[in-house]
Design a protein around this ligand. Structure first.
Ligand SMILES: *[C@@H]1O[C@H](CO)[C@@H](O)[C@H](O)[C@H]1NC(C)=O
Ligand SMILES: *[C@@H]1O[C@H](CO)[C@@H](O)[C@H](O)[C@H]1NC(C)=O
Ligand SMILES: *[C@@H]1O[C@H](CO)[C@@H](O)[C@H](O)[C@H]1NC(C)=O
Ligand SMILES: *[C@@H]1O[C@H](CO)[C@@H](O)[C@H](O)[C@H]1NC(C)=O
Length: 418
């Protein structure tokens, strides 16, 4: 297997001219300024609201976060992230040595931004095209891939790559392709039975297989466009997010006293889950396991994640498959990493820093609502999304963990160095 990075080395040419020397000098200088870990010149991001950085801002969608207090701790750029500060990929691109560290959203990126990387992620999106339609506009994975295809076309007509598809392919082969998908295929599809019929059509095993077959096809599209280094994030334990905890059957307790009572504008219930909460009163059980997670959901997620990891193992095995030869994939087990967060000093694991109702999870953080002050203590910012503090840990584990339980079979810093 040839490491894609080799393409830039002056291989095979005996006679080195001055232009070549100049190029080598420039590359050496760049490497020196960017630091030892800057082995990666670019990163492209595909995903949902966990990593969206503003692609939905101008869409008719409930899955938007360009209002306060979202971004309350984010001072570097335009709003639109579904958290108080930076997302996991904001930290990752920084750790990878990209400068400036933040990638622009594709929706507002300039042509000159494309070679360094852009973010195609879109809140509410999923692997399946219908996922998230309950929330309005968004870009499903296949459309995010289409956007990347357009970006490649645009790059191929710039002076740097014009008439040299091989050079562009070699360049893209050195980039990191982060793909984080699937949460909404459960939250805003399979487990939203009022809107979707997938749960009637498929059992969890069949549904996971369906998702993974679609997913593999999209990854193959990216591969065909030049992608070689993939970071594929599993779905977190969404049976434990405040939104699901708020919907557990034993919800006959008083709502949180800090809940604002003057929700006169409840026309804007920005619930990423769409259900708006409070609709799960059937089958009341004794209120004994308030801290328990929803095992039905976590078990479906477990099936999906296991399948995704097998897919990564299979695609990494050059001798077992002909497709995606030479691709290197890293699987991030966010369930495992998430279970570790208590050990990193977080004290509030089961409620959002900003939100309404039980666990601050019944309705997500509303415009101008006052969030908690001690945001570094909370794993969850709102009913669905981690805080910046948690995102920092997710990124650090992905990048640097010495355990294959976090990043499999290698970590992102190793992937970058290949
Ligand atoms: C877990 O979630 C599923 C799907 O939303 C729901 O049908 C079930 O009642 C929940 N389980 C509990 C214990 O609340
Ligand atoms: C790779 O695939 C081959 C052929 O299917 C198989 O024999 C081998 O065990 C696989 N290796 C790994 C590490 O999975
Ligand atoms: C990665 O690990 C090394 C060695 O433990 C450490 O020096 C470095 O700060 C870590 N990098 C990140 C981004 O966590
Ligand atoms: C991951 O990264 C660190 C430093 O970046 C490295 O030392 C370590 O060996 C890697 N982990 C694994 C599992 O190989």
């Amino acid at each position: 297997m040839v490491a894609p990075g080799c393409a830039l080395r002056p291989a095979g040419k005996k006679k080195m001219d001055y232009r070549m020397l100049a190029l080598v000098a420039v590359v050496a200088a760049m490497t020196a300024t960017m630091g030892a870990s800057a082995s990666v010149p670019c990163m492209y991001v595909f995903g949902d609201s966990l990593v969206d950085n503003g692609n939905n801002n101008n869409m008719l969608s409930l899955a938007r976060a360009n209002y306060r207090p979202y971004g309350i701790d984010f001072r570097e750029g335009p709003p639109g992230r579904f958290t108080n500060g930076r997302t996991m990929v904001d930290f990752l691109s920084d750790m990878l040595g990209l400068r400036p560290p933040l990638l622009p959203p594709y929706a507002t990126a300039a042509p000159a931004d494309l070679p360094r990387g852009v973010n195609f992620a879109s809140g509410a999106s999923g692997i399946r095209p219908e996922t998230g339609n309950n929330l309005g506009g968004h870009y499903p994975l296949s459309e995010q891939v289409d956007h990347f295809r357009s970006a490649v076309r645009d790059m191929s007509s710039t002076p740097r790559f014009r008439g040299n598809a091989t050079r562009l392919a070699a360049y893209l082969g050195r980039c990191i392709f982060f793909v984080g998908m699937g949460s909404n295929d459960y939250l805003n599809n399979y487990f939203m039975t009022d809107y979707y019929t997938t749960a009637q059509q498929y059992d969890p095993q069949a549904y996971a297989s369906l998702l993974l077959a679609d997913y593999a096809a999209q990854l193959a599209e990216l591969y065909a466009l030049g992608a070689r280094k993939f970071v594929v994030a599993g779905v977190g334990n969404i049976g434990c997010i405040p939104y699901e905890l708020a919907r557990m059957d034993d919800d006959d307790q008083p709502s949180d006293p800090s809940t604002p009572s003057d929700d006169g504008d409840n026309g804007i219930v920005i619930s990423i889950g769409g259900g708006g909460g409070g609709d799960s009163n059937s089958n009341q059980k004794p209120t004994t396991q308030q801290q328990g997670c929803n095992d039905t959901i976590n078990s479906a997620i477990g099936i999906y994640n296991k399948g995704l990891q097998s897919m990564v193992r299979r695609l990494n095995n050059g001798s077992a498959q002909q497709k995606m030869r030479g691709a290197r994939l890293v699987f991030l087990d966010t369930v495992h990493t998430g279970k570790d967060l208590a050990a990193h000093g977080f004290t509030v694991l089961d409620r959002g820093c900003c939100g309404v109702g039980r666990n601050n999870g019944q309705i997500t953080c509303l415009p101008l609502q006052r969030p908690c002050d001690d945001r570094d203590q909370y794993v969850f910012w709102d009913a669905f999304h981690p805080t910046e503090a948690a995102n920092r840990i997710y990124a650090a584990k992905a990048f640097n963990s010495t355990s294959t339980a976090d990043a499999y079979p290698i970590n992102v810093s190793q992937l970058a160095a290949i």
